[in-house]
Design a protein around this ligand. Sequence first.
Ligand code: ADP
Length: 272
Amino acid sequence: MSIKLEHLNYVYSAGTAYEKQALKDVCLEIPHGEFVGIIGHTGSGKSTLIQHLNGLVKATSGALYYDGKNIYEPGYNMRELRNQVGLVFQYPEHQLFEVDVMSDVCFGPKNQGLNPDQCMECALEALKLVGLKEKYYNSSPFELSGGQKRRVAIAGVLAMHPKVLVLDEPTAGLDPKGRDDILDQIAYLHTQRDMTVILVSHSMEDIARYADRIIVMNKGEVMYNDCPRKVFEHYRELEQVGLAAPQVTYIMHDLKEQGFAVEPNVTTVEEA
Ligand code: ADP
């Protein structure tokens, strides 16, 4: 399920005093199965961009092709698109509202029209994938830690079997251990499911560890769109826009490309 954006522009509050062009002539192609990192400062257009990917926001101009079909063509099945492109918003735990974890994760499959047994099956698989211990399945989401809540929220999207998983700053507000756990878990998910992963972050360190490709956004435009090694070659320009990462990040990535074992150890991902 490839995604292609052609000369996409998006303007907030067009024609008013608050008019703001958030995306400028964005052209991108994301093949199925890639792990893509989108990085940029606050306000660079990352959130606006990803909200286009499942049709939540409609471009002011330009085209977006999903699996070869322009989603802006009349009659396009937006509902199906939303089933296929799962979006995990920033602080997704704010959207947990059911009485227990299991009901929360079943919510999406239920909306897709699955029967209770099928919903349960999808939810169980998703909760296992995100590494939440079984003893929490009947807990209220509000009794869980920040990292656990986030896992439940991600499971809620995974339970709908998306072909593309988009995560907006999934580590925001977590402590360093929680951050590493969630990122390792996302990398693990990518290996377990035939799924494109699009991870948004403002941290080059986070992105560089996992992404096959990095898209650097700056003031609404795509500044770079390449494999990490090629993007890192522009470290001076990245530094100038405040997106430098410690040298060790680049070295780690080079080692990985040369075949050294610097992959996350998924056995540490399981919650203690
Ligand atoms: P990022 O996710 O990289 O922080 P955003 O996509 O949220 O960037 O924002 C891009 C630009 O659009 C920013 O200048 C922001 O102020 C502006 N913007 C975002 N949301 C709105 C909105 N609802 N109304 C007006 N301007 C907005």
